[in-house]
Every structure is written in structure tokens, then in C-alpha cells.
Design a protein around this ligand. Structure first.
Ligand SMILES: [Zn+2]
Length: 96
């Protein structure tokens, strides 16, 4: 049986994506066929990375707005230790 999964491009969110061989680590590589897209090829894992990035951004935003660690963790459905780690990182970059 063939299982179809919808692959969306992490940059342009187009579903006009075709398989494009394997990466050096044997991961499935995809090619975005949207001509206006800058990424063109990507690994499926990147979409997860993109999700993590947006969560990190939200953690930073919420801490700036004065949200507590526990509130932030509950809203974003991540652990409090993740929130604390990200807040520490954010503070470091802001100091530089
Ligand atoms: Zn794309």
C-alpha cells in the first residue's frame, strides 16, 4: 500500500512539491516547483524546524509582553524548561 503524505514547502507553503532524491544522510529530499520560491529543495525535517522556530519566536514575544514561564508553556504547549531555555537565549542576544 502506498501512503500519501501532503508535503508542503517550508518557505512558500506550496503543495506543488515533488520528490527529489535523497540527502547524504538518506533522508527524503523534496523539490518545490513554485518558480517564485527561493528554497527550491528541502528535507521534510525542515518543516519541523520551522515550527520550532515559530515557537521560539512566540516564547520571546510572550516574555517581552510580561507573560510568566508557566503561562507561556501552557499556551504554546511546550515544557517550562523549553520556555526558560529560550528566554535565557533571548536575553543573551538582546544584551549583545
Ligand atoms: Zn517553495
Amino acid at each position: 500500500m502506498t501512503v500519501f503524505i501532503t508535503v508542503t514547502c517550508p518557505d512558500c507553503h506550496s503543495t506543488n512539491v515533488v520528490k527529489h532524491g535523497k540527502s547524504g544522510e538518506g533522508k527524503q529530499r523534496y523539490c518545490c516547483r513554485n518558480e517564485e520560491c527561493l528554497r527550491r529543495t528541502f528535507l521534510l525535517d525542515y518543516s519541523y524546524e520551522g515550527h520550532k522556530r515559530s515557537v521560539k519566536k512566540k516564547i520571546a514575544d510572550m516574555s517581552v509582553n510580561g507573560s510568566g514561564v508557566r503561562d507561556t508553556a501552557r499556551v504554546l504547549k511546550v515544557s517550562t524548561s523549553t520556555v526558560i531555555k529560550e528566554i535565557k537565549k533571548t536575553k543573551k542576544t538582546q544584551e549583545c
